[in-house]
Design a protein around this ligand. Structure first.
Ligand code: ADP
Length: 261
């Protein structure tokens, strides 16, 4: 069918893209490794001045590698989702270890799992990525350390509280809140744009919030951000409540393609 053909063409394009990137990436790694080896050799020989060209080669290869990865990320943001019924509290609790390790000892992590939080239907690994992206943003906004809390709760919305196109009713709220630098109005207004980043080269891809926005929207939910300079940031994601029986897979949506707006 037409649909299968489109899918096959897409997979072929994906194969070519990843194959090409893997090849280029490998070349860059060889430049980096070879330059590193020659620096080690020169240092062992006590030749301080001659290391400059090798250092420049390392810096250049690293920059190119980083931009290749950005391109690959942009492509992989167009994901096929595999939604299933899940318990948000269980998912958040399951991330605790990874979060503690990623955030380090300077960040005081607190999980506040609401009582009786309902089920939702979404792709669990995408939700984990979204929460990880938000937590990494929070960490980056607290270079001197601070507090990060992840809170879950049930919330009900009426039509007039929601943007057009969203259904009134029950949602599950997951809030990621930090005590970091916060965002100016200007930064906040661009924060969701793909590739918008205020982080220095190699640190930020500008794709974290795009992933969060695209995925949550596709899952029938929405995102709200409150942030002000020196007041920290609260990002709240909302997913429609859905208490289908455990293990239920929404097959209708398994083939849903996502694409960042
Ligand atoms: P990246 O983290 O790679 O820069 P994002 O799309 O996740 O990309 O974020 C875009 C920008 O939004 C960041 O560079 C930063 O300026 C701002 N931002 C996002 N989250 C926070 C936060 N919790 N606190 C302060 N600024 C933030």
């Amino acid at each position: 069918s037409q649909e299968q053909l489109a899918h096959a063409q897409k997979m072929e394009a994906l194969g070519q893209l990843t194959g090409g990137i893997a090849h280029d990436f490998n070349n860059l790694l060889q430049v980096i490794t070879a330059s590193h080896n020659s620096i080690e050799r020169l240092i062992a020989q006590g030749e301080g001045q001659d290391i400059k060209p090798a250092l420049a080669a390392i810096a250049k290869a690293s920059r190119t590698a980083s931009s290749l990865i950005n391109r690959m990320l942009a492509f992989s943001l167009r994901q096929t989702l595999l939604p299933r019924q899940l318990d948000p509290n269980q998912l958040v609790a399951g991330l605790e270890e990874l979060l503690r390790r990623t955030l380090g000892p300077e960040i005081d992590l607190e999980l506040r799992l609401g009582k009786g939080v309902r089920g939702v239907i979404c792709d669990p690994s995408q939700l984990e990525s979204a929460l990880l992206n938000l937590s990494i943003n929070a960490r980056d906004a607290m270079p001197q350390g601070g507090a990060l809390s992840i809170t879950t709760a049930n919330r009900a919305f009426s039509t007039d509280e929601l943007e057009p196109g969203l259904d009134a009713g029950d949602y599950v709220e997951i809030e990621v809140r930090d005590t970091g630098t916060g965002m100016s109005e200007n930064i906040l207004s661009h924060a969701f744009e793909p590739f918008f980043t205020t982080k220095r080269f190699g640190r930020g891809t500008g794709l974290g919030l795009s992933q969060v926005y695209g995925f949550i929207k596709q899952s029938g939910g929405f995102v709200r951000i409150e942030s002000a300079p020196s007041e920290g940031t609260r990002v709240r994601v909302y997913l429609p409540r859905n208490d289908a029986p455990a293990g239920y897979a929404d097959t209708r949506r398994e083939a849903t393609e996502s694409c960042v707006a």
